[in-house]
Design a protein around this ligand. Structure first.
Ligand code: DHB
Length: 310
């Protein structure tokens, strides 16, 4: 047992570090590279029933402090990721299958295929994609969230997780948690997706920097770390029976440690992984291990939720 080993949904992860869905996970080549780099877990690209080309380019731009994207769910279709997950389900690297059907019926069809395949890979159901024109982020409509979870859990009898958007008001944390806590099958919450519909402007060209949606897109990277930590901690406090997966603003071992303090069991990396590639994951693991040693911790589990208030 190394200091970084941790248990999630009953499986051992060698480290708490995963990719964020969307980054380095669209093809088998990319997914295999994450496994080869020693990722503590791998999340597949959010998938739809049919393959999609996504939005027109440019659709991802890195900035000094992070990134903006409006990819529009380019993916190979759910069967591709189901096949990859099935081939790796018994390997040493735990996998999460990210699912982002365009309708509830699509999500039910994909989940039915997961059950039919007998796949022992948890689903991260993405209810927070901000980038499909005309489709609002479902998890901002708590009645729609409730109805979707009722429909899903009426058929899907396996523990699963939700990829949530950031919430920005304590009342919204309370209201969202109240809905989520009525569904014990919702075993984990991944907080957060990008901050939706930001706008990056290039002052020299006096232009937006991505083509879709007049330049509006999801914001990641340094911009979002405090929002991510707030959402991790808010749901850790309010949903004691669920595990929290932290995502947002991580590019150093200290950032990982902050997510653990806030209550994360696992931590995902998006913008920084896009910038540095899979070699980021062993670097973060080394930085986290050194920080734990310096602080006298022997396991990541001791850190989880230890955040002090004043
Ligand atoms: C995309 C972006 C997201 O933030 C997400 O959750 C799913 C898909 C995308 O644009 O492809």
């Amino acid at each position: 047992m190394t200091a970084l080993t941790t248990s999630f949904l009953g499986r051992q992860h060698a480290t708490p570090l995963l990719n964020a869905s969307g980054v380095w996970c669209s093809t088998a080549t990319e997914l295999d590279a994450l496994v080869a780099a020693g990722a503590g877990g791998v999340v597949t690209k959010s998938c739809t029933l049919a393959p999609r080309a996504g939005n027109p380019e440019p659709r991802y731009v890195a900035t000094r402090l992070g990134s903006i994207n409006s990819m529009g769910l380019p993916n190979e279709g759910f069967a591709y990721y189901l096949d990859w997950a099935a081939a790796h389900a018994d390997g040493p690297t735990p996998i999460l299958l990210s699912v982002a059907g365009l309708t509830v019926a699509d999500n039910l069809a994909i989940l039915a295929a997961v059950r039919a395949a007998g796949l022992r890979v948890p689903v991260e159901l993405n209810l927070s994609c901000p980038n499909v024109p005309g489709k609002p982020q479902l998890a901002y409509d708590l009645d729609a969230l409730d109805a979707t979870l009722a429909a899903v859990t009426a058929e899907h009898d396996l523990p699963f997780g939700l990829k949530l958007p950031p919430y920005f008001d304590l009342v919204h944390f309370d209201e969202a948690a109240a809905v989520l806590n009525t569904y014990p099958l919702v075993a984990f919450l991944t907080c957060i997706n990008s901050i939706g519909n930001g706008l990056v402007i290039d002052v020299e060209t006096e232009s937006v920097v991505i083509r879709p949606k007049d330049g509006f897109g999801g914001i990641g990277g340094d911009y979002v770390l405090p929002t991510a930590l707030a959402n991790v901690n808010a749901f850790h406090r309010r949903c004691p029976d669920k595990q929290i997966v932290g995502c947002g603003g991580v590019s150093t071992g200290e950032h990982v440690f902050a997510h653990l303090l806030a209550g994360a069991s696992l931590v995902q990396v998006g913008t920084a992984l896009h910038r540095e590639g899979p070699g980021l994951l062993p670097r973060l693991a080394d930085e986290l291990a050194a920080l734990l040693r310096r602080k006298g911790y022997t396991t990541v589990d001791e850190v989880r939720g230890r955040l002090r208030t004043l």
